[in-house]
Write a protein that binds this ligand. Structure first.
Ligand SMILES: C[S@@+](CC[C@H](N)C(=O)[O-])C[C@H]1O[C@@H](n2cnc3c(N)ncnc32)[C@H](O)[C@@H]1O
Length: 232
């Protein structure tokens, strides 16, 4: 089975419980982190915003709630059951959803003022080269001066805190995720990818290699979570 198909299979198993597990594992903090992404969006401005790998659309809905009348929020994901959960949301009515692969976005060059992604870059990191190419695809559909805002787990710099963070992920994520969602493979995947992901500085370099100019980094939870904002 291709990597894309196995990722789609994993996310097809969890849409109903996906947000509940996230809120439990982060003690509700993921809601604050998503809202911080929205603050970035408001600060960076523009009228056409795209949320890639939108999943059940939680960040896209927060973007849409804050978007004024002349703003358009688009959202894409390649897993249909996640998108079906997203479109069902009461506040999703103004969002333009489509099923698409983030590596080959169905939009012309310079279509968006801002692109967001939350907790999905690990899935796009099939390898270092593929991640650079995917970020280049985001760069392609941004206008010059547009921004890409990336919310993702990261690596605490302090080795002891990093150990505690990885222990928490290994000990709890798979167990709790499985108990609530019934998907063992889904949360085993999550527990595996988080400790292997890049440091904030490594990810910043990857963004620069993909063509982004200025990269701002904002670290949260002692560096376990980071927002990167890169400009075209
Ligand atoms: C961990 S979820 C994150 C969902 C959402 N962004 C959030 O913050 O809750 C990862 C999502 O990325 C999607 N995804 C992974 N690889 C993708 C790709 N190449 N193209 C489009 N969607 C992808 C999955 O289908 C899944 O819905």
């Amino acid at each position: 089975m291709s990597r894309n198909k196995s990722i789609q299979r994993i996310f097809s198993q969890v849409p109903k419980t996906y947000e509940r597990v996230n809120h439990l594992l982060t003690f509700g903090l993921d809601i604050l982190w998503r809202k911080k992404v929205v603050q970035y969006a408001i600060k960076k401005g523009g009228s056409r915003w795209l949320d890639v790998c939108t999943g059940t659309g939680e960040t896209a809905v927060y973007l849409s709630q804050q978007a004024s009348e002349n703003k358009y929020v688009f959202a894409v994901d390649f897993t249909l059951p996640m998108l079906q959960e997203a479109v069902r949301k009461t506040d999703a009515g103004n969002i333009h959803f489509s099923q698409a692969d983030a590596r080959k976005l169905p939009f012309p060059d310079r279509s968006f003022d801002l692109i967001t992604i939350s907790f999905a870059t690990r899935n796009l990191n099939l390898n270092h080269e593929i991640l650079i190419q995917t970020f280049m695809e985001f760069h392609r559909v941004l206008i010059p001066g547009g921004w890409f805002v990336n919310l993702e787990t990261s690596q605490p710099r302090n080795p002891l805190i990093q150990k505690i963070f990885h222990f928490y992920i290994r000990a709890l994520v798979q167990q709790l995720g499985y108990r609530i969602s019934g998907s063992n493979v889904g949360y085993a995947y999550l527990a595996r990818t988080i400790p292997r992901f890049y440091t904030a500085e490594e990810l910043s370099n990857i963004l620069i290699q993909a063509g982004f100019k200025t990269v701002e980094i904002s670290k949260m939870l002692l560096g376990a979570i980071a927002i990167h904002a890169g400009s075209k």
